[in-house]
Design a binder for this molecule. Sequence first.
Ligand code: ADP
Ligand code: MG
Length: 467
Amino acid sequence: MASEANEPGSESGKRSDDRRGAARGTRAGCWSPQEGGASTPLSLAPRSPQPAAILGQPPRPGRRVRALEELDLAAKRVFIRADLNVPLDAAGCITDATRIVATLPTIRYVLEHGGLPIVASHLGRPKGGPAPELSLRPVADYLRRALDVPVELAPNCVGDAVESLIARQRPGQVVVLENLRFHPEEEKNDPVFAERLARLADVYVDDAFGAAHRAHASTAGMARFFRDKAAGFLLRREVDVLQRLLVAPARPFVAVLGGAKVSDKIGVLENLLGRVQAFCIGGAMAYTFLCAQGKPVGRSRVEADKVDLAAATLARAAARGVRIRLPVDHLAADRPQAGATTRVVGADDFPANLLGVDIGPQTIDAFAQEIAAARTALWNGPMGIFEVDVFSRGTMAIAHALAESSGTTVVGGGDSVAALARAGLQGAVTHVSTGGGASLEFLEGRALPGLVALEDAAPAEHAAVPR
Ligand code: ADP
Ligand code: MG
């Protein structure tokens, strides 16, 4: 996929999957909330009040994360950290509103319970200062139409002008703060900046699953200034679904992994090794595994420094009795672009002058059978260079196999979600994660700073809180 650096909807970071924004570019023009399309609502209806029994890695002893329903919101200023990092086109129009739609239930709930939502997010990658093209104005405009209430865009995200704007609002209205990343202190998790953000509200709600793997001022630093804090509905649902994959997945559990790099997915693979019955591995990462088995891969993309790691993983899986299915045939091309000459080749006779751009038909059948037999299936990573139509058959077949499954099906990863949307199947799986990097880190078993910050602190930690 072409580099998307500096585009809204993309996220900086070490992972290639951090280039997010599902179904980017699939629609032109400005959207209104009524237009639907890729803004297919996720199933996020608020649930009846109950403690969040499962949320994230188990909180430290004596600590827990509260659900939104446990907070008293009436007449309260409620800071909602959302992930509204939507893709914009050159004219500044939102091309995919999925992320905004996903967080609407949390904003609505706060409105319905008499609170004043103060909605905050980052957008794109401003270079350490205000950038008009990365203003949250399009997001505020979208929210105004979607919620049908007055929505004010603040001129900044901290400071006197913002504080007095908030003081003039009444419950039933919404304030959208300007892009958090117009201040470099946000990503540095600067404590003074975190305190300035915290000063704006009485209650802290985090709904930004897509940013939960970042220890930034708005996702982690500011939470300690609040006695009343909770997970929003989107964050809770994401974590509930992913947690269930790690804790109690219905068996057989199959993980279909693909995409660009072994190094992006190896942590997930390792952490799932004791939990799945089978892995299906496609995409470029399959070639590193095939290399480890001594198979020919032609000019396919291989991470030479990860071949030993792949061999060790194969050995560990074999020792545990976990099936690792690698491609038995491929679509091979003379170049990785549209217009290439292609042919299907067997795994044992890969021509030296070609490169693998998709899994072949026998592999599609084998992976589809694994998915059909599974009661839980996780998919992360395309099976080929799906951006090119003629190389997308394997990826589309996986999307359809998941859609046809009667089991629990979960899709994560920006490109995989984009492929699912292209197949029009977003509504046909159990859960589509809105956070590429965050879902991978969660499935790796790592504690997400955004979740840890929500854990209720011991009372002493609130002693310095000015309210
Ligand atoms: P996700 O965002 O779903 O986690 P990744 O970012 O890991 O997925 O991988 C997606 C990228 O992998 C796509 O840009 C796709 O073109 C690339 N890719 C998949 N298969 C191959 C292949 N055989 N050769 C080169 N690139 C590939
Ligand atoms: Mg990606």
